[in-house]
Design a protein around this ligand. Sequence first.
Ligand code: FES
Length: 132
Amino acid sequence: MYSQKVLDHFRNPRNVGRMDNPDGVGKVGNPVCGDVMVMYLKIKNDIIEDAMFETFGCGAAIATSSIATELIKGKPIHEAQNITNKAVVEALDGLPPAKMHCSVLAEEAVKSAIEDYEKKRNEGEGKPAESA
Ligand code: FES
């Protein structure tokens, strides 16, 4: 059985949709069930100002990505980077054992979006300064 929180986030997902001009994007999938999750982040001064997601998958994957966006919004990236699927599950008041892997997808999506942001930032720093 799903908790009320899981049902709530599944029925009324928060921060759902594609973000315009995100600073980091993470796309992850589970090859076993075929579900896919995309996480978009807006980051300023190392703080996650906004997070949005698109999930093509099961109800638990939608609920875990929805709560994950709420957990990381307003957090410094070094904290968001340490998000665990356990924290996601706890925030949802639990998940059935067969659905634990859905929360792993949420953890991986957040981490992958932060990695993408850091990669882009490092590439930006490596570029020569533009001449006027
Ligand atoms: Fe695959 Fe939920 S069944 S993410």
